[in-house]
Design a protein around this ligand. Structure first.
Ligand code: SF4
Ligand code: SF4
Length: 346
């Protein structure tokens, strides 16, 4: 049966003249080598997006649709370049962009960076954590230190509280076999501290990695990533979609062309999705399962119950108590309401 969230997402997809979301690879380097990410295997050259390229992109988005969601995230860690990131966010805000967002692993989100980031005009900061205990964190977020990221995010939340304003801070939990038993404890811990908990499926990165996400082929929907989001590598190259992480399927460069024109060139692919002519899509789309990984659940304070169905589906009766490594009483959330959904998101 098709996941109800995917059914709802499918109803929102249609033709468009400009992407709803733009994912920008500010920095293609990374300090981690996460188990669920393509980055450790990435073959294309790594570098940093120059400011004139960001200015060109931001100016066009401001002109065409300033509500476009800008995400500083793709294959790399934006806080490897903290000063640039803050400068780019400030520039985006100065030209009127209304949705500026950051994805980070949080290891480098030290107090000296947190202050400028909170006051940069950023609307959402998503920190990928994926684990509650140190061993689980280390098994997923390879080369990362669990206590460092917990300390950094707690400080970020405290600083936002002192400012009494600032971005939404989301802690992300990608469901995987190795961490799913910690989802309840993770959610409870962070909700108590004022973060939003974002739970999402693991991506296959264009069919390169295995993912527990599963839908029958007959239930396939148009790919939410391809229909809503454009990606720009640090060097201006634009891949066909988020699954085309090496930029092998499409030739375009944002240095030389407007985003509007590049999006128009990608329209035939989007139309194949919309017409559900999936067999005519490129080979990568035949292997890739990311069309079924576009849904994310966002749980805010007072909504812990929204994780009930996810946990129950996985038969997860026991969790670790917050702040300890001892088994505690079963996590026992309230019923999950029908109709909870969220747009596709990284
Ligand atoms: S998920 Fe993010 S932090 Fe982890 S290796 Fe990939 S780019 Fe780096
Ligand atoms: S299903 Fe196709 S369009 Fe969607 S992310 Fe995968 S390769 Fe790209």
């Amino acid at each position: 049966m098709l996941d109800p969230q995917l059914k709802r997402i499918a109803r929102t997809l249609g033709p468009s003249d400009f992407p709803r979301k733009l994912a920008l690879e500010l920095c293609a380097d990374c300090n981690l080598a996460c188990s669920m990410c393509h980055h450790p295997e990435m073959r294309r050259p790594k570098g940093v997006m120059p400011f004139p390229l960001w200015k060109k992109l931001a100016d066009e988005v401001a002109r065409v649709d300033p509500d476009t969601e800008i995400w500083f995230s793709f294959c790399g860690e934006p806080l490897m370049e903290p000063d640039l990131l803050v400068a780019y966010l400030r520039y985006g805000a100065s030209v009127g962009l209304r949705s500026l967002n950051v994805n980070s692993n949080g290891q480098l989100l030290v107090p000296e960076v947190a202050g400028p980031l909170l006051e940069s005009g950023v609307g959402t900061v998503v920190i990928g954590i994926d684990g509650f205990s140190a061993p689980v964190y280390a098994s997923v977020r390879v080369n990362g230190d669990r206590d460092t990221v917990y300390r950094n995010v707690e400080h970020l939340l405290e600083q936002r509280r002192e400012l009494a304003t600032g971005p939404e801070i989301q802690v992300q939990f990608i469901e995987m076999d190795e961490n799913e038993h910690e989802m309840g404890a993770f959610a409870r811990y962070w909700l108590e501290r004022g973060a939003t908990v974002k739970v999402r499926n693991k991506l296959s990165w264009g069919g390169r990695l295995d993912t527990p996400a599963h839908q029958e082929k007959e239930e396939r929907i148009p790919c939410p990533w391809a229909l809503t989001m454009m990606h720009v590598f640090w060097d201006g190259r634009v891949p066909r979609c988020s699954g085309d992480v090496e930029g092998e399927d499409f030739q375009a460069n944002a240095w030389h062309s407007n985003l509007t024109d590049i999006w128009a060139h990608l329209a035939p692919y989007r139309q194949l999705h919309l017409d559900r002519r999936f067999d005519e899509l490129p080979d990568r789309c035949q292997q890739c399962r990311d069309w079924m990984s576009g849904a994310a659940e966002r749980v805010r304070e007072g909504q812990l119950d929204r994780l009930e169905r996810r946990l129950r589906k996985r038969s997860l009766p026991m969790v670790y108590a917050p702040g300890t490594t001892a088994l505690a009483k079963p996590f026992n959330p309230l019923p999950f309401p029908e109709g909870a959904s969220s747009p596709p998101a990284l």
